[in-house]
Design a protein around this ligand. Structure first.
Ligand SMILES: [Zn+2]
Length: 289
């Protein structure tokens, strides 16, 4: 009887160890999302039901790094990932700023010492310039994501030029800094458009290599597990700070990536690394699509 009990206890302890190991690597279900504000107003600009969950204990931190961000314009115009020599990644948030979700996300990023890149829509910049000022004040990078979020491949050159200039001007007005790179809405841009836009605005065109389809709102755990399973060194991760679920997914996602040894940099920093290693034959970046 005693031996049977002992071996049963051993199995229990071994099982517990596995659970603890899994928890220490970061799992997508480990962070509870705040309950949806079902009883309160949803479409107000000042919804007190949205609160960043309190941090319970220390969270993993992105290391302090002093990295170049002055990428050189090379022959390649667009990037969906960058070849790097270490586990560097860039996480990007599109379609904001949003008055509630972006500040919540900024709290999460600040707690982890992570700098992200925000591809902002100009009309939202004009609506919430104070949110964008905080984004810049906390060291994040801004990219141009057009003014009205229409598909460039079906637009005239004049309309595209106006979309990009209006957004650039809105960002400069709000923050005093220029967008560094461009992400076309839906990733849709013709090769000819890439060429003249790059020549006129000096924007590299930034696509992505990790797409959790968070805009379809599959739930925070699915967003998290898709990002954790697809991210590799040099990845550019796509997400949207417009959606509450995406921001709900971020504590577990960011912690999971940090615990796997990834180091977060901005898109410009990632591009500067590509330029540094461009002479090595193994460092050719993957073709963007
Ligand atoms: Zn977008």
């Amino acid at each position: 009887m005693r031996t049977a009990l002992k071996s049963h206890m051993k199995r229990l302890i071994a099982g517990l160890g596995l659970v603890l190991l899994a928890a220490s690597l970061g799992s997508c279900g480990s962070t509870q999302s705040p309950p949806p504000p079902s009883s309160g107003p949803v479409k107000t600009t000042n919804n007190a039901a949205y609160r960043t969950p309190a941090l319970h204990g220390p969270v993993p931190r992105n290391p302090n790094m002093s990295l170049r961000a002055d990428f050189a314009q090379g022959p390649r115009l667009s990037f969906s990932r960058v070849a790097v020599r270490d586990k560097y990644i860039a996480i990007t948030f599109d379609d904001g700023p949003h008055p509630q979700n972006t500040p919540r996300l900024l709290d999460m990023l600040r707690a982890r010492n992570i700098k992200a890149t925000f591809y902002v829509v100009g009309s939202n910049v004009d609506a919430y310039p104070q949110v964008l000022r905080r984004v810049v004040a906390e060291g994040h990078e801004i990219g141009n994501h057009s003014y009205t979020h229409r598909l460039f491949s079906k637009m005239s050159d004049a309309d595209i030029r106006q979309e990009l200039a209006r957004t650039r001007d809105a960002v400069v007005r709000a923050t005093g800094v220029q967008p560094r790179t461009l992400r076309p809405p839906f990733g849709g841009m013709l090769p000819r458009q890439r060429e003249w836009v790059n020549a006129e605005f000096a924007y590299p065109i930034i696509l992505w290599s990790v797409d959790p389809f968070d805009w379809k709102r599959p739930g925070p755990n699915v967003v998290c597990s898709r990002i954790l399973s697809a991210t590799t060194a040099g990845s550019i991760v796509l997400a949207h700070d417009l959606h509450r679920q995406t921001v709900d997914a971020m504590p577990a996602t960011l912690d999971g990536l940090l615990q796997r040894g990834f180091k977060f940099v901005t898109v410009s920093q990632l591009l500067a690394m590509q330029a540094e290693s461009a002479t090595a034959p193994a460092a050719a970046e993957m073709a963007a699509h």
